[in-house]
Design a protein around this ligand. Structure first.
Ligand code: ATP
Ligand code: MG
Length: 312
């Protein structure tokens, strides 16, 4: 069997034999803790000049630190990202909004190492390592998951085969024994329930003939099965009916823990109300032009992007 998967599948395969790329964290489905459950401890030091420096001893480094990231399209050399700055800590939920064509998807794809783009400046640290030096596969292994705006079908591979191979490869990587068929089945059923999908989903080829909404749900199923330290969801809400949107949001909320983080790209308030971002950013012409909390969403809806005051 020779498989050639699109990069943006969260589990791209090389050719022969198929090698899955995976995520570092085993799936976790604890409920997300609220902020008062975080116990930040601080150490303070008084400098010779009398000012107090505060050290946060529980969070040594951000999960993701993007510094002045610039990237161009390989094909035509056009620069799309003009210096993106973003810091995501463990347990945070970030939303990126912004006009069509402002560079949101490009940013997400550059983070996972999509070959259509070339980084021309800046840096990206993920869990203390230089993300930009890693192959796309290595980024997945390091705990980065991305659900694409338009998930692509994988003809000839059934959903359960895909998930079982991927999850077992993941377990091997972690030094855990592979799950047998029965254990796999019950594990997948548990995750199906989480995303409220019917079991017959598992027998179908990955994304083949899936409706738009089913594809989106399937992406969340993959995330639930594989887990991630940082999940990037690009317009996971587009094309979902109200029930599907609620299911997807519930599933994502169950996957979130104080240890992992979410970066979601969306145009709509409904998803934001369900996933409650801790930070809301507005991307404009390839940069984060404005950052705020969820109240920024109402401002954008009222006055539009044009008149939202730029970052000072
Ligand atoms: N592979 C590519 N080839 C050519 N142009 C591209 C490519 N990728 C992105 N672009 C261009 O870069 C710009 C930013 O695109 P991007 O998909 O990042 O926007 P977006 O903010 O996600 O928009 P939307 O809200 O419509 O999804 C657009 O003008 C787009 O046409
Ligand atoms: Mg987009």
């Amino acid at each position: 069997m020779s498989l050639s998967l699109p990069l943006h599948s969260p589990l791209p395969l090389s050719s022969h034999p198929p090698i899955f790329t995976l995520f570092t964290l085993p799936p976790i489905n604890l409920r997300r803790h609220h902020h008062h459950h975080h116990h930040h401890r601080y150490l303070t030091t008084t400098t010779t000049r009398g000012s107090v420096i505060q050290y946060n001893t529980t969070q040594q480094q951000p999960l993701l630190q993007v510094n002045d990231l610039k990237a161009k399209i390989v094909e035509n050399g056009v620069e799309i990202l003009h210096g993106v700055n973003l810091t995501v800590n463990q347990g945070e939920v970030h939303a990126i909004m912004g006009k069509n064509g402002s560079g949101k998807s490009t940013f997400a794809k550059v983070l996972v190492g999509h070959p259509d783009y070339e980084v021309t400046g800046g840096s990206v640290m993920f869990k203390g390592e230089n993300l930009l030096e890693m192959e796309p596969e290595g980024r997945s292994l390091a705990g980065l998951f991305m659900s694409f705006q338009s998930p692509v079908a994988i003809p000839g591979v059934s959903n359960d085969e895909f998930l079982v191979m991927a999850y077992n490869a993941r377990r091997r990587k972690l030094g855990l024994p592979e799950l047998g068929p029965l254990e796999c089945f019950s594990y997948l059923m548990e995750k199906l329930q989480l995303v409220n999908m019917k079991p017959d989903f598992l027998n179908r080829n990955v994304n083949e003939g899936f409706s738009g909404g089913e594809r989106k749900r399937n992406e969340i199923l993959q995330l639930a099965v594989l887990g991630a330290d940082l999940a990037i969801l690009d317009e996971i809400d587009s094309g979902l009916d109200v029930d599907a949107l609620r299911d997807v949001a519930n599933a994502v909320n169950k996957i979130l823990t104080p240890k992992n983080s979410l970066l979601m790209i969306t145009h709509y308030r409904r998803l934001l109300n369900l996933l409650k971002p801790t930070h809301v950013h507005v991307m404009e012409k390839g940069k984060i032009a404005r950052t705020g909390d969820i109240s920024l969403v109402a401002v954008i809806e009222d006055v539009g992007y044009e008149t939202v005051p730029a970052l000072t």
